[in-house]
Design a protein around this ligand. Structure first.
Ligand code: URA
Length: 245
C-alpha cells in the first residue's frame, strides 16, 4: 500500500505537491469515489482517476548508477545540491534511489520507479549483501578487525557480523584499505563501525550490491539493469530474507 499522492506522482501525472493539491480539490477518485484525504493508502489494484482520466501505471525501469562523491541520494534537495536523479534528466519518468549512500560516499546505487521492488530490497528482513571499500586513517590490527566481524556496539544497537578484509596498507602515510561486506543499512554504518575501532574513514565507496558491480562504468555513469538482473535481485532478496528468518 502506498500513499495516494505518491502513486499519482510516480505515475508521472504531477509532482507530489501538485498531486496533494489535486486530491484536496476533489479531483481524484479511487474506485469511483472522490477522495480528499491526503493520507489515503491505495493498493496495486485500485482504480485511480485524476480529472476523470484513469491513471496509467508507468512501465517500470531499473538503473544502476556509479554515484560520485558530493551528490545527495535523493530525488530533490531543498538546498539545491546535486542529486542522483540529476544524472537522468533525459528520462521522462520519475525515478528515485533505492536506499542511500552518504553525500561523501561514491559507488553503486540503484534507482527505479517501481515502489514495490524498492521496498522489498530496502526491507531490513531482505537486505542483500553490500560490499564497501574504505580508506582509513591508521593501520587496523587483526584483533580490531575481528571486532567488526563479530559485530560491534553502535549507539543504535549491535551490528550483525560483517565480513572484513584488510586489502592493503601504506606504512609511510599510515593509512589502510579495508573491505567490509554487510547486510544491514544503518545510517552511516560503515563509517561508524570503523570509527568505533578507532579508524576514521577518509574515503568510502560501495563496490558491490548483491551480485551487481560497477564493472564497465566510471563515476557519474549509469546503465539500465537487464530484466534478468531484476529477476535475480528479487530472488536474492527473498533468499536473503530466508537466511535471516
Ligand atoms: N555506510 C556509510 O557509512 N556510508 C554510506 O554511504 C554507506 C554505508
Amino acid at each position: 500500500m502506498e500513499r495516494l499522492q505518491k502513486v499519482i506522482a510516480y505515475a508521472g501525472v504531477a509532482s507530489r505537491r501538485k498531486a496533494e493539491q489535486l486530491i484536496l480539490e476533489g479531483k481524484v477518485k479511487v474506485n469511483g469515489k472522490v477522495v480528499k484525504e491526503l493520507g489515503t493508502k491505495v493498493g496495486m489494484n485500485e482504480k485511480i482517476e485524476v480529472n476523470g482520466v484513469p491513471l496509467e501505471k508507468e512501465s517500470p525501469v531499473y538503473f544502476l548508477l556509479y554515484k560520485p562523491r558530493g551528490v545527495i541520494s535523493s530525488a530533490s534537495d531543498d538546498k539545491g545540491r546535486k542529486v542522483v536523479t540529476d544524472f537522468f534528466q533525459e528520462l521522462d519518468k520519475r525515478i528515485y534511489p533505492i536506499g542511500r549512500l552518504d553525500y561523501d560516499t561514491s559507488g553503486l546505487i540503484l534507482l527505479t520507479n517501481d515502489g514495490e521492488f524498492a521496498n522489498t530490497l530496502m526491507h531490513p528482513k531482505y537486505e542483500v549483501e553490500k560490499v564497501y571499500v574504505a580508506k582509513v586513517k591508521g593501520i587496523p590490527s587483526k584483533e580490531k578487525l575481528r571486532l567488526l566481524e563479530r559485530g560491534i556496539k553502535l549507539e543504535d544497537g549491535v551490528t550483525a557480523p560483517a565480513k572484513v578484509k584488510l586489502l592493503s596498507i601504506d606504512k609511510r602515510k599510515q593509512t589502510a584499505i579495508v573491505e567490509l561486506a554487510i547486510h544491514e543499512g544503518k545510517n552511516r554504518q560503515v563509517r561508524r563501525m570503523l570509527d568505533a575501532i578507532g579508524h576514521e574513514v577518509l574515503k568510502l565507496k560501495r563496490e558491490r550490491y548483491g551480485f551487481l558491480t560497477l564493472q564497465g562504468l566510471t563515476t557519474g555513469e549509469f546503465r539500465e539493469l537487464s530484466p534478468h538482473e531484476v529477476k535475480q535481485l528479487r530472488a536474492l532478496a527473498s533468499t536473503e530474507g530466508n537466511r535471516l528468518k
